[in-house]
Design a protein around this ligand. Structure first.
Ligand SMILES: [Zn+2]
Length: 427
């Protein structure tokens, strides 16, 4: 299968053709080709597909169920809803999420949730790329020792997560890779965290975890373990270059150095953090200074409520600038890179750049839309002015999954209708 993208504009302002063969970018420049499929990109901007490194896709069904609530109340409302969710509802919610993601230019997402076979089936059929894992929770460890609070629960969680890796890693023409996601330090025992790291090493997959999202998490960890969360994870030998830590808000400079030194990637989720009023802002300038890889995530739709990475890119920059009283931090270029190449690096996939040999996960944006004109700074237009509605075409693994705003791999009407119906059953 070959695809020729003709006359596209790059964020650098350069015009180019791009040939895609075998799911990869095989040639960039100006040329003619007898590719099987052609896509005229005149008047359009070609960007790498956006990569969402932290979400819980099926939570789309909870969009709007717990609004304008303080965190503890929000959490208990969401947990109540999660207890009742069935596998068909997870499927309906994930289908809806993937539809929204494709329509907003996301070509890969990293998900941690439950009933993950349903999530994988949705990824398989939709043509999406994803890094998926079963989110493990064993009740944590109130005593703060490194023994498991509940060994039976821990072992069953580990075996579900491992089975998912065995069943799905590398499936869907390689579009699905898997991860090992222990939920967090407050819902997982030390023993579960250690074993999670061993599993991620054994299979060579990402270890995906929530880290330092709230001040409460830090205070509780200090009280129970005498250490801040990053140091606690380090004492369990959990941190490595496979680790993707979601949120990373309440970190000290010491912790940033530690995480950077271990090769940990951060997934910043500014919209979710601000909506739940966690306060503060991730130390992005310090992360950049220490060479830490930074990526962006939306988190679930119960706390965002959108899955648009364009919004996340903008909020990421604005939050940093405002929190630091410094408009020069978190440049347009750096947040756009975090949403593309940073995401690919975090997830260990050869994407996030328009370069020969990289995966053909590409997005076309309407460069003539009123909000995208003029083109003094195309990158600033992408970071601060673009929105999901500007995305016209989406290519994942070399296959066109959306053409002229029509999603080709999914029945949009049916998915929306089914999600609405399944969501009504929740209440
Ligand atoms: Zn999350």
């Amino acid at each position: 299968m070959s695809l020729l993208i003709k006359n596209a504009s790059l964020p650098s302002g350069k015009k180019t053709d791009v040939l895609v063969e075998g799911g990869k970018i095989s040639k960039i420049g100006s040329f003619s080709s007898n590719a099987e499929e052609k896509l005229d990109a005149s008047g359009k901007l070609l960007i790498p597909g956006l990569i969402n490194t932290h979400t819980h896709a099926a939570m789309t069904l909870f969009r709007g169920i717990a609004e304008d609530m303080e965190l503890a109340k929000w959490l208990s409302s969401v947990r109540r809803a999660e207890m009742l969710v069935t596998p068909p509802q997870i499927r309906a919610g994930t289908d809806l999420a993937i539809l929204e993601m494709i329509r907003s230019g996301t070509t890969c997402f990293s998900d941690m949730y439950f009933h993950m076979d349903e999530v994988a089936a949705s990824v398989l059929e939709s043509g999406m790329r994803a890094v998926l894992g079963y989110s493990m929770v064993d009740g944590g460890n109130a005593a703060g020792t490194q023994q498991s609070a509940n060994e039976k629960k821990m072992n069953s969680e580990l075996s579900i997560a491992e089975k998912f890796v065995k069943d799905w890693h590398g499936k869907a023409e390689g579009r699905i890779t898997s991860s090992i996601p222990p939920h967090s330090i407050y819902l997982c025992s030390g023993e579960l965290l250690k074993k999670s790291h061993q599993l991620s090493e054994k299979y060579g997959v990402v270890l995906h975890i929530h880290l330092s999202e709230t001040r409460k998490e830090v205070f509780d960890c200090l009280k129970a373990n005498g250490k801040r969360p990053s140091h606690y994870l380090d004492s369990l030998r959990v941190l490595s270059r496979r680790t993707v830590a979601a949120h990373c808000v309440w970190l000290t400079k010491e912790e940033v150095k530690l995480l950077a030194g271990k090769g940990v990637s951060a997934s910043l989720n500014p919209v979710s953090n601000m909506k739940l009023a966690g306060g503060g802002a991730s130390p992005m300038p310090e992360m950049q200074e220490s060479g830490m890889n930074i990526s962006l995530g939306t988190d679930g739709s119960a706390s965002n409520n959108s899955l648009s990475m364009f919004e996340t890119i903008k909020f990421a920059a604005l939050l940093q600038k405002n929190a630091r009283w410094d408009a020069s931090v978190a440049s347009a270029e750096s947040v756009f890179q975090a949403a593309t190449l940073g995401g690919a690096r975090a997830l260990g996939i050869p994407a996030g750049e328009i370069k020969e040999g990289k995966l053909a996960d590409l997005v076309l944006v309407d460069a003539a839309a009123p909000n995208m004109v003029p083109s003094h700074s195309i990158v600033a237009n992408i970071a601060y002015a673009a929105h999901a509605g500007n995305v016209t075409d989406v290519i994942i693994n070399g296959k066109v999954v959306m053409r002229e705003r029509k999603v080709l791999t999914m029945d949009e009407e049916k998915i929306v209708e089914r999600a609405q119906k399944e969501a009504e059953r929740l209440s």
